[in-house]
Design a protein around this ligand. Sequence first.
Ligand code: ZN
Length: 426
Amino acid sequence: MSKAVASRAAQSKTTQGVREQALEESLELLKTITTRSSFYARKFAGIDLATIKDAESFQALPLTTKEDLRDAYPLGLAAVPPSQIVRIHSSSGTTGTPVIIPYTAKDVQDWAIMFARCYEFSGITREDRIQITPGYGLWTAGIGFQLGAELLGAMAIPMGPGNTDRQLQMMMDLQTTVLGATSSYALLLAETIAERGIGDRIKLRKGVIGSERWGEKMRTRIASELGVDLHDIYGLTEIYGPGIGINCEAQTAMHCWDDYLYLEIIDPDTGAVLPDGESGELVITTLQKEGAPLIRYRTRDLTRIVPGDCPCGSPYTRIETLIGRSDDMIKVKGINIFPAHIEEALSVTEGASSEYQVMIDHLNGKDIMTVFFETASPEEHRPYIELALHQAIKDKLSLSVVSKAVNLGDLPRSEKKTKRIFDNRY
Ligand code: ZN
């Protein structure tokens, strides 16, 4: 591990140790937060922060939501004078006012350190050539990959999204060894490489895949078609950006950097903190942020904290691959459904590919859910695959759906996040 990336948390030997230290630092933060941040001075008005001295009282503090951040537009989150802000990023709000996050020079540096640590955890070194396909600009994707690559000392190839022909040309000409991408763009590249039969001219060995939850089947396809080891990178613009956690080489859960973050899992309905191991919504407190410190921020990401220590020996807390977003949950006939449920059903359905799209309609007084999935199988086999998927979803959710096979490549691919569930009922 390089000097730049060495951390204080690693001095503690166990996950429990680093989590206790992160809680201590969260409590410490409360001593100064209301004098630094007018946002929190308002939010915590009427709360005697001096009485918050342990996990239990910390868990009683109000959560910070995306709506709170929107209300602070444009620079209401800033906890430093404007002259100390060196950059802003903005999260891509699908509706209404965006969220703007101000960064100080230290925030930018800390983000680079975390991202470089992610590369190191994935076995990426300064000898690697990293082709960066996420977008550059107001949002944090491409620039995070770039910062980390430069701090590590690897060669960054800052392509940004799109223009698949040029991406593949550069990948061959520069002998790119690492691909940074969303899962849907990695799949599109993998499929194009296979179609054109240029696999032997591609030298990729690692994929760092971010910003989207994805199923096991898609992972296996991308890994085998690109011939790479895949690593899920985690992050969100409100909390630096991508690079706050990544899966190690031991297994698929993602280590998150407890020297910068304190993690909690809550019940998304009641807000109550859940014990380690139980699934719920991830809530993050930033320990070192200057520009826009956040306390108990609701990420909307659903996951769980994996209890115990990782076989790789790193004490950093692990969260499981995201199972969805709390706002992706849809209710059909009274049953809560997440995209992960559909992906799991697809993964046990022989002949079904990883790509799918769900349509929910209301017809003749009834909700009807249709699952379109891609398959390479010939027409005459498709009714059997449709039946198998219907049964797999019924077993999992006790819900009858209409299951419909389409050709490989028929469903939309996107360079950003692929929307898979369309609720046409309202
Ligand atoms: Zn590990």
